[in-house]
Write a protein that binds this ligand. Structure first.
Ligand code: E4P
Length: 217
């Protein structure tokens, strides 16, 4: 499973990228707002840093302007994936941009039917939002399973990009189901390393190192 990092924080991306843990980046208007940076500038900086796809989201709601914005975003770098919302206009923009050879990430997906439409419109990535479904007591992971089944049934090559990941368990479940990509905030990716038995075992080893005076250097 590919790991995308869901942030526009350059420092956080750099830290994980240096460890080989970043296969791509996703941003959205809320993350751009949080960064306090200009969308074009910060997106360019991210694209220079990371080899994989960097999703940058359009701001318009009509297909024609989405396509114009998408083309402007595509000028930033070769690894831009234009992010469009899963509306009928978003699907029109997806079709036009993907027909032109662009990578397109269709975002805000909350149903299998929406994912089916995105695949038919030529999406490179479909972004089902797990956490936001869980927030309203629906099953986000069931949606990932549905989309996996639908895409496999018909051989669609649109990649399932599990988004709105909030916990390490979401990551594990997405990997079990077979999501192609997951995107998570840096803190969730770092938390994947944590286990209480690792901490407990290390504490014992450190105590033995101290009491036995074990030295390597
Ligand atoms: C993905 O592309 C989105 O930016 C993101 O995963 C949304 O996550 P949230 O629901 O935690 O805001």
């Amino acid at each position: 499973m590919k790991f995308f990092v869901d942030t526009a924080d350059i420092e956080a991306i750099s830290e994980l990228n240096a460890l080989g843990m970043v296969d791509g980046v996703t941003t959205n208007p809320s993350l751009i707002k949080k960064s306090g940076r200009d969308i074009l500038e910060v997106t360019k900086e991210i694209c220079d840093l990371v080899d994989g796809p960097v999703s940058a989201e359009v701001t318009a709601t009509d297909a024609e302007t989405m396509v114009k914005e998408g083309k402007k975003l595509l000028e930033i770098a070769d690894n831009i994936a234009v992010k469009v919302p899963l509306t009928f206009d978003g699907l029109k923009a997806c079709k036009e941009l993907s027909d032109g050879g662009a990578m397109v990430n269709v975002t805000l997906c909350f149903s299998g039917n929406q994912a089916l439409l995105a695949a038919k419109a030529g999406a490179t990535f479909i972004s089902p939002f797990i956490g936001r479904l869980d927030d309203i007591h629906l099953d986000g992971l069931e949606l990932i399973e549905d989309i996996r089944t639908i895409y496999d049934n018909y051989g669609y090559d649109t990649e399932i990009l599990a988004a709105s990941i909030r916990t390490p368990n979401h990551v594990l479940d997405c990997a079990r189901i077979g999501a192609d990509v997951m995107t998570a905030p840096p803190a969730v990716i770092k938390a994947l390393a944590n286990h209480p038995l690792t901490d407990k075992g290390l504490a014992t080893f450190l105590a033995d190192i101290e009491s036995a005076g074990i030295k390597i250097l």
